[in-house]
Design a protein around this ligand. Structure first.
Ligand SMILES: [Zn+2]
Ligand SMILES: [Zn+2]
Length: 392
């Protein structure tokens, strides 16, 4: 196959040639935000775009109707590295694309377009995976269990940020639904006949607040009340909260999980209520692959990106789950020049700004270039796998 450098410049040129198509997709998804597991429009548009560029496309993968898979074999044969180009497209309830996943969908498609443009020159396969439900539910965890990542040699996905860096310390996390059940009664004429499910909820929030002082700095617990009763003059018989618990240490996370359950049970006991504690989703810590990271940094540096080092504080991502089954990178690129917190309206606006657009195109180019490095030199794939085996 031709040298990697000439393929990379062809790939970068393909991103530039398809600039309007890539950015139109980003803005269309941004204007039509859909939460986890409901990304029907976005998944459909992503599938359509891949189909236009020669990919064999499945809309709906395994049990997830909003997952997308696109396959494209190299012109020199399918025998060779099988590179996973990933995308996300879910939005946040009440906020829209405050995590900028529209830029991830568009850049993933952009990378797929760029790799299709150099198809004649490589052996191997591009496997595009559109992965639903990152913000809640861990769609990639489901796809891993159902085999969608089997046979991949690498998984590449960028995330928008207000800084640019290749590595991140994503926290292990889960969603937790807590439901307290009590007994209704008139809140004035005979409150002693009720059992107050809101008291149990308040006791849980107070316990969690006290617990935080004993948690290490890398642990997080936070939640919202989704049902808190229906009227001030009714003793609430049902309350419901959505918590997340997180830790940078997978073993410590398991301890937190049981402690949280004990706090919920204690709160129920204090208010003489019943309780259900339902864990779901689940993200693992991030295991950035050193070989893939070095390739990314070299490509990013060549495009003038300055590596700023990992964020001091982290969220969670189901790319963590992927990182323990396939050599993975999940680098951040800045979509804002100013410090801009994620999951905010300011970040949402940045995800459709001129800077956000330039970053979307850059991410498409860098993912394609990193894929080309691996396709051009399968020894790098072998090295990445050796590292992953050592890390597990
Ligand atoms: Zn995100
Ligand atoms: Zn997010």
């Amino acid at each position: 196959m031709p040298d990697a450098a000439s393929l990379k410049s062809r790939a970068a040129a393909a991103v530039t040639d398809h600039r309007a198509e890539i950015l139109e997709l980003s803005h269309r998804i941004h204007a039509n935000p859909e939460p986890a597991f409901e990304e029907r429009l976005a998944a459909g548009w992503v599938a359509e775009a891949l189909g236009r560029h020669g990919y064999a496309v499945e809309l709906g993968v395994g049990s997830l109707p909003t997952a997308v898979r696109g396959r494209l074999a190299g012109g020199l044969g399918a025998d060779g590295p099988r590179i996973g180009v990933l995308a996300e497209y879910d939005a946040l309830p009440g906020l829209g694309h405050g995590c900028g996943h529209n830029t991830m969908a568009a850049s993933g498609v952009g990378a797929a377009i760029a790799l299709a443009a150099v198809r004649d020159a490589f052996a191997g396969e591009i496997v595009f995976l559109g992965t639903p439900a990152e913000e809640r539910g861990s769609g990639k965890g489901i796809m891993i269990r159902e085999g969608a990542f089997d046979g991949l040699d690498a998984a590449l996905l960028y995330h928008p940020c207000d800084r640019s860096h290749v590595d991140g310390d994503a926290l292990a996390s889960e969603d937790v639904e807590v439901v307290f059940t009590g007994l209704q009664a008139h809140a004035s004429s005979d409150p002693w006949k009720g059992r107050n499910a809101l008291d149990a909820m308040i006791a849980l929030f107070v316990s969690v607040g006290l617990w935080r002082q004993q948690l290490p700095p890398h642990a997080r617990v936070h939640g919202i009340i989704q049902e808190g009763g229906t009227a001030a003059n009714i003793i609430p018989d049902r309350t419901r909260a959505w918590f997340m618990i997180r830790s940078a240490d997978q073993a410590h996370y398991a301890v937190m999980r049981e402690r949280f359950r004990a706090l919920a049970e204690a709160a129920a006991m204090a208010a003489d209520c019943g309780v259900e504690v339902i864990f779901s989703g689940g993200s693992m810590t991030m295991n950035t692959n050193p070989t893939l990271a070095a390739l990314w940094v070299a490509n990013a540096t060549a495009h003038g990106v300055v590596e700023q080092g990992p964020d001091p504080f982290a969220g969670s991502t189901d790319m963590g789950n992927v990182s323990w089954v396939v050599p993975t990178i999940h680098p951040d690129l800045a979509i804002a020049d100013e410090p801009t917190p994620g999951h905010s309206t300011a970040f949402r606006d940045a995800a459709a700004s001129p800077k956000g657009d330039e970053t979307t195109l850059l991410a498409a180019t860098l993912v394609a270039e990193t894929a080309i490095d691996l396709l051009a030199d399968p020894a790098l794939v072998a090295r990445a796998w050796a590292e992953l085996r050592r890390q597990r």
